[in-house]
Design a protein. Structure first.
Length: 102
C-alpha cells in the first residue's frame, strides 16, 4: 500500500491518497508517482464520528507512522436538523416539567 501526501512540516504530512494496489499491472501507479509516496503496511482504524469534526489522516514522512487528527468542519444539514431537534426536545421537556406533567 502507498500513501501520497502534502507535507506540512518535516514530520507531519496530510495524506491525500491511499492506493491499495500500487504494483498491480492494470490498476497500479506509475513508478514516477510511487517515488513521491510512502509504502505502509496498514492504515489505522478511523476514529468514531464526532459532530462538526472530520478525521484527517496524517503520516510522518520520516518514519511512515500514520495517525488521525480531528479537525473542525461545518455542520452537515443532517447534523443541523439533529441539533435543532435536540433543542426542541429539551424545551418541550422543560415546559412539561414546569407544568407538572413530568
Amino acid at each position: 500500500m502507498i500513501v501520497l501526501f502534502e507535507k506540512e512540516t518535516e514530520t507531519k504530512a496530510r495524506v491525500t491518497l491511499i492506493h491499495y494496489m500500487p504494483d498491480d499491472p492494470k490498476e497500479g501507479l506509475p513508478e514516477e508517482v510511487k517515488r513521491h509516496g510512502i509504502r505502509v503496511n496498514e492504515i489505522p482504524e478511523k476514529p468514531e464520528a464526532v459532530r462538526a469534526k472530520s478525521a484527517v489522516l496524517y503520516v510522518n514522512p520520516e518514519t511512515a507512522d500514520l495517525w488521525y487528527e480531528m479537525v473542525d468542519r461545518p455542520l452537515t444539514q443532517e447534523e443541523i436538523l439533529q441539533q435543532q431537534n435536540e433543542k426542541i426536545d429539551l424545551l418541550l421537556m422543560n415546559q412539561l416539567e414546569s407544568e407538572g406533567i413530568l
